[in-house]
Design a binder for this molecule. Structure first.
Ligand SMILES: Nc1ncnc2c1ncn2[C@@H]1O[C@H](COP(=O)(O)OP(=O)(O)OP(=O)(O)O)[C@@H](O)[C@H]1O
Ligand SMILES: [Mg+2]
Length: 362
């Protein structure tokens, strides 16, 4: 990953973090990286791995929030042929795949109590038991890095996260502060992303007027560095040669309303996002895989957004996934791929609600 090369920032917090990353790379201890969404937790994990003795082996990232529990279990531990419907062959889990390497357990705070128990058992024994296997357990050598945007102390207090697991994971704690608490990093990040984005899109680097630059530095950035990067990308793709003026910045930045916490992404926000996606995919014929799948995999779209989009589509097709493929301007041959994708990330909707809704209208 190119960005793993540099953790951009000039603030004291980032300087400290760079030292912590170097220290963590020198040993094998478990690391728990915390911080709001989009602050750079995955970048930090990449840097730790890339600086460690394990760098020639793999870093495997598992997003614990994106999968249903049973899927996460087989993803981590693997399974043997016939252990459940659809298990046509033996499959290695991530913990085995990453043998001698590193596993990043992303969004570890979202694990169910049962999965937390299984993870704890693995951390204590270093042994992997494939689902459905009666073979002896396999010992693996992996370094575990965990990340979460939840405040695990609160989760422990409310009983949703196990204290014993927390103490196992939190050997080297690393907290990445939100961007609004280290605004001195903003100019460096703007520079960096303007450079990388314009190279990527082969356009001359955009320039910012002093007021535009000032507004970008004052904004709250509820989505942190990820949001900043997305804004830069939008500005760069305009390919404009004169400097960007304040009036040309996205509305939320002009308003300086900011202050919206990163986690404020309720059902209403998901529906708005879904409406925009629906318009782009259905009416403007933009490619579903580019506009929806890619951002979802990069976490720029949440599962709630994707579910809202699918729900909106199924309402139109009265619950038919075949017709959904057509509605989303996909070739019929993409049917399996679409369903597989939605199923994997638990975004396949029960059809009944759409069918009965349609009938009651009819
Ligand atoms: N200090 C940084 N230097 C360069 N790029 C950064 C930095 N911090 C974040 N980024 C970029 O911002 C985006 C979001 O970062 P990342 O995916 O690491 O966030 P995260 O904390 O893991 O978020 P989430 O909790 O949503 O998973 C990525 O594109 C990443 O490359
Ligand atoms: Mg992440």
């Amino acid at each position: 990953m190119a960005e793993a090369q540099n953790f951009i920032g000039v603030s004291a917090a980032i300087a400290r973090l760079r030292r912590d990353i170097e220290d963590a790379a020198r040993c094998d201890a478990k690391v728990l990286i915390t911080g709001e969404s989009g602050v750079g937790k995955e970048v930090a994990a990449n840097l730790i791995h890339a600086g460690s003795a394990r760098r020639s082996q793999r870093l495997v990232v598992v997003n614990c929030a994106a999968m249903a529990e049973t899927l996460l279990e087989t993803e981590l531990f693997g399974h043997v042929k016939g252990s459940f419907t659809g298990a046509y062959r033996d499959r290695m889990g991530v913990l085995e795949i990453a043998h001698h390497g590193t596993v990043l357990l992303d969004e570890v705070g979202e694990m169910t109590p049962r999965m937390q128990g299984m993870l704890l058992r693995f951390l204590e024994s270093g042994e992997v038991h494939r689902v459905g296997s009666d073979q002896p357990q396999r010992r693996v050598d992996v370094r575990v890095i965990a990340a979460t945007n939840r405040v695990l102390a609160d989760e422990i207090a409310s009983g949703t996260f196990r204290g014993d697991l927390y103490y196992r994971l939190n050997i080297i704690p690393m907290f990445i502060p939100p961007l609004r608490e280290r605004r001195e990093d903003i100019p460096a990040l703007l520079d960096q992303f303007i450079g990388t984005c314009s190279r990527e899109y082969r356009v001359p680097p955009v320039r910012l007027s002093p007021t535009a630059q000032a507004l970008l530095c004052e904004y709250e950035w509820p989505g942190n560095v990820r949001e900043l990067k997305n804004v830069v990308e939008r500005l760069v793709t305009r390919g404009q040669s004169r400097p960007i003026e304040a009036a040309e910045l996205p509305e939320e930045i002009r308003r300086r309303a900011g202050a919206k916490p990163a986690h404020d992404h309720g059902p209403a926000a998901a529906r708005r996002e879904a409406d925009v996606l629906f318009e782009r995919v259905v009416h403007q014929g933009e490619d579903f895989w580019l506009v929806v799948h890619t951002p979802f995999m990069q976490r720029d779209l949440t599962r709630a957004d994707l579910r809202a989009l699918v729900a909106r589509g199924l309402t139109e097709t009265s619950g038919s996934y075949r017709q959904l493929v057509t509605l989303f301007n996909l070739p019929p041959s993409d049917y399996k791929r679409l369903l597989g994708f939605l199923r994997k990330y638990d975004c396949q909707m029960p059809l009944r609600q759409f069918r009965s809704a349609h009938m009651s209208v009819a």
